[in-house]
Design a protein around this ligand. Structure first.
Ligand code: SF4
Length: 65
């Protein structure tokens, strides 16, 4: 699936990084999300869905292919 993040919405909670560390990281200075992989392997679909579901800011958008 395709992943998009809305950086202005991100509140730096870091839950996405804990759920899917191969797909999300956080900036060192302010904790805002960094999208490492916008088209992750399908093996990571479950992690990515969990991350999107946990994000308190609804800043992660998933586009099913
Ligand atoms: S879980 Fe959401 S609010 Fe938290 S760092 Fe990730 S994108 Fe930002």
């Amino acid at each position: 699936m395709h992943v998009e993040v809305d950086e202005p919405k991100c509140v730096s909670a870091g839950l996405c990084v804990m759920s899917a560390p191969d797909v999300f990281d956080q900036r060192d200075d302010d904790g805002v999300v960094i999208l490492l992989d916008s088209d992750p392997d399908t093996a990571l679909d479950e992690e990515v869905r969990e991350a999107a579901g946990l994000c308190p800011a609804a800043a992660i958008r998933l586009v099913e292919k």
